[in-house]
Write a protein that binds this ligand. Structure first.
Ligand SMILES: Nc1ncnc2c1ncn2[C@@H]1O[C@H](COP(=O)(O)OP(=O)(O)OP(=O)(O)O)[C@@H](O)[C@H]1O
Length: 253
């Protein structure tokens, strides 16, 4: 069971954001994508989640081609993601923001919810209970009644992770989740990401913090100018001269 990206190319006008790029994310594993700004990391996320269409190549989930499916159908197949810049209505509370994560998979009809049928009410009670558990796991319980605008950015990122987790995804794509987090928040996030993988969720992580990558990821894909430059275990990547050169800005010299 895996997400399989095979030889995708994505172009924006004259810019080639990805060129023949491939990766495989197995369920229960953590794969990290690294690369300098503009190397195509977010485009890879967008191609998997359906926000951009590759001009060539294929994307499959558990053996099923998904590259022609719209984004909302991919959520139904068990994909969830976070964004580099979380987007929330500033007026919603933390609990409401997480509750939003349940709705793409909820089974009750709109009429059932409006008229509060027993099925819709018991489903909502289940969501509330699960929401409390998720907030507790991410140590957000004490903030649950605060409006999103009242939270510091580090916590906003954790709420975004909580919302993505609410959907009980099979695969979760985290776009720089640790940016702006204090060290203890990073530790909590790392713990939660590890727990997700231990429960069988496949985690795709875009992250600049290589210490966090070393701690979490089993496999790293290095992108440079839209091309997969290297891939392997974090410890091997960290020693690779091409990787070191790229990060010291000497690549290609
Ligand atoms: N919607 C778009 N329209 C035009 N060009 C785009 C678009 N999205 C991305 N690009 C270009 O594609 C290339 C890859 O961008 P992408 O955002 O995927 O890189 P990234 O590795 O995620 O960068 P960063 O680390 O800065 O987020 C860049 O040259 C970027 O300018």
């Amino acid at each position: 069971m895996s997400i399989q990206v095979s030889d995708i190319t994505v172009r924006f006008g004259g810019v080639t954001a990805l060129k023949d790029a491939s990766l495989t994310l197995e369920k229960g594993h953590i794969l990290s994508i690294v690369g300098p700004n503009g190397s195509g990391k977010s485009t890879m996320f967008n191609a998997i989640t359906g926000m951009v269409r590759p001009t060539a190549g294929t994307v499959s989930v558990d053996g099923k081609r998904i590259d022609a499916l719209p984004a909302h159908r991919r959520i139904g197949l068990g994909l969830a993601r976070t964004f580099q810049t979380p987007r929330f209505d500033p007026k919603v509370t933390v609990a409401e923001a997480v509750m939003c994560g349940f709705y793409p998979v909820h089974k009750a009809s709109i009429c059932g919810s409006m008229f509060r049928t027993p099925f819709a009410s018991s489903e909502e009670a289940k969501f509330r209970q699960r929401c409390e558990e998720i907030l507790d796991d991410l140590r957000l319980s004490e903030f649950h009644q605060l409006q999103m605008s009242e939270l510091p950015m580090g916590r906003v990122r954790l709420v975004e992770v909580a919302r993505a987790v609410a959907n009980e995804p099979s695969y979760i794509l985290l776009d720089e989740p640790a940016a702006g987090l204090a060290r203890d928040e990073q530790r909590m996030l790392a713990h939660e990401v590890r727990r997700l993988a231990d429960r069988g969720v496949g985690v795709l992580l875009v992250e600049h913090n290589f210490n966090l990558i070393r701690e979490l990821a089993e496999h790293v894909v290095v992108l440079k100018e839209g091309v997969v430059l290297l891939e392997g275990k974090p410890a091997d990547i960290a020693k690779d001269p091409a990787f070191i050169d790229m990060y010291l800005g000497r690549a290609g010299q």
